[in-house]
Design a protein around this ligand. Structure first.
Ligand code: GLA
Length: 392
């Protein structure tokens, strides 16, 4: 059965009604999860990324209240958390941290909102590396911006959502996820320069090939601590390279040759991190040129290069991800495959010939079941528009 966007929005509206007893003054907003074709761990190094927003999204059905209470109803979990606008202390329910983080950012900016009540939910798989958290943040802030006329533009929404994640949730993420959720465009990937914030849409042809995500269904506990460690290693590399070239303010400003020249001083681990990042930043540029030429086979090879770099040099992969990528290596129906997102679990992203997609999924599911006794979820994703209001 096909579940459309309108079906999901309607089901959350129904849940809102059962929770709050009326639908007075409601509006519905949608914010998608994201994929990233290439350019991993480059965002916080001021490099390039190539994400897109997909047809898995979160939805907020929301209305203002007369008082200063906020009532959050997590429709998929059937759980409620309420708080007053003057008490943003951290509750045990971690799902509420994103919304509290947004309210905190609004207050830090000196902007005013009243109370509100909302039912939210959707179909972004949680913990799969599709950034359900960024979708939650962008969706709520976009909604409050519309309801209370906060005058924020899309970049304002992206930056405040990222800060909510950095400051309230405590994850030192870069800007890619929130940007992709807010700026996505149907059938296009977006190259974002994370230093200047200039961006460009590239059409992504899905006539002959589809994007299939294979979800390891694991999230190793290392994920957020190692993420923060990688950031520190990149900063260490930057400060060493800066001694030789004062223009190096981040790894974006360094070349693979500069990294190579200072290999010994960088030390093994930092050297390999810097090598990967400087090469990956260049790889996004090369991959975009290939897209423009319509050369998807070579684009796919770059995806494999990214995976091997993340596996051996940046060391953020895990056995389950490597296993899934290995299964595709001699498969002529797969142009490219790699781990996607922060790493240590989540999904691989695969570029697969359209007519071979069913056989591909079947093969991957069988292999994963045999190896890990896990039924592998596979998602065919379509690239859709970013955050917006759904007008019923
Ligand atoms: C996570 C972070 C992003 C980005 C990716 C890796 O998804 O939230 O900012 O750093 O990892 O590319």
């Amino acid at each position: 059965m096909l579940v459309t966007e309108a079906d999901i929005a309607a089901s959350i509206r129904e849940k809102y009604f059962s929770k709050f007893g009326n639908n007075d003054g409601i509006r519905t907003f949608r914010s998608p999860g994201r994929i990233n074709l290439i350019g991993e761990h480059t965002d916080y190094n001021n490099g390039f990324v190539l994400p897109a927003s997909v047809d898995k999204a979160v939805y907020f059905v929301i209305a203002p209240r007369e008082d200063d209470q906020v009532v959050l109803y997590a429709a998929d979990l059937d759980q409620t958390y309420s708080f007053s606008l003057d008490d943003l202390s951290k509750p045990a329910q971690s799902w509420a941290h994103y919304q509290l983080g947004i309210v905190e950012q609004i207050q830090k900016k000196g902007l005013n909102i009243g109370g509100f009540q909302t039912a939210f939910g959707g179909n972004v798989p949680v913990g799969a590396g599709l950034s359900s958290s960024a979708a939650l943040e962008c969706c709520l802030l976009f909604a409050l911006n519309e309801m209370y006329g906060l005058n924020l533009d899309r970049f304002g929404i992206v930056k405040m959502s990222q800060k909510a994640e950095n400051e309230y949730v405590g994850v030192q993420c870069g800007i890619m996820d929130q940007f992709a959720s807010a700026f996505g465009k149907e059938e296009s990937v977006i190259r974002l320069d994370c230093r200047s914030l200039e961006y460009e849409y590239f059409p992504f042809p899905m006539d002959d090939y589809l994007i299939v995500l294979c979800d390891t269904s694991v999230k190793h506990s290392l994920a957020s601590s190692e993420y923060n460690t990688r950031r520190l290693e990149c900063e260490k590399g930057t400060s060493i390279l800066q001694k030789y070239d004062p223009n190096v303010l981040s790894l974006r400003d360094a070349s693979p040759a500069l990294v190579e020249a200072h290999k010994e001083e960088l030390g093994d681990a930092v050297y390999r991190r810097c090598k990967f990042i400087t090469e990956e930043i260049q790889r996004v540029q090369d991959a975009c040129n290939l897209l423009v030429q319509g050369n998807l086979p070579d684009f796919g090879k770059k995806m494999y290069d990214t995976h091997f770099g993340l596996q051996h040099e940046y060391e953020v992969s895990c056995p389950e991800l490597d296993f899934l990528v290995d299964q595709t290596l001699n498969d002529p129906s797969v142009l490219g495959a790699r781990m996607m997102g922060g790493g240590f679990g989540g999904c691989t992203i695969n570029l697969v010939k359209k007519e071979a997609v069913d056989a591909f999924e079947e093969k991957m599911k069988k292999a994963y079941l045999e190896k890990y006794a896990i039924d592998l979820p596979c998602y065919k994703v379509k690239i859709t528009d970013g955050t917006g209001e759904i007008l019923a």
